[in-house]
Design a protein. Structure first.
Length: 69
């Protein structure tokens, strides 16, 4: 609210299952970037699971493709 952005317009990258839960409860899109020691099942409620931010595909969220430097 302080930023003046609606939750549905937010994209959250989270490494914790609890963080994913909080983002989803707030109405945000949540992309899980779990620690390699964590099982993917703990992130089943995320909108997507990726192993590295470098692997993020903006099209997953309806965003234009970015060029990584």
């Amino acid at each position: 609210r302080r930023l003046g952005v609606a939750p549905r317009d937010c994209l959250v990258f989270e490494d914790s299952p609890f963080g994913v839960t909080a983002a989803k409860a707030a109405g945000m899109t949540a992309i899980a970037v779990p620690d390699s020691a964590m099982a993917d099942e703990k992130y089943a409620h995320a909108d997507a699971i990726i192993r590295s931010l470098k692997l993020f595909q903006p099209a997953l969220c309806g965003l234009p493709q970015l060029e990584w430097a």
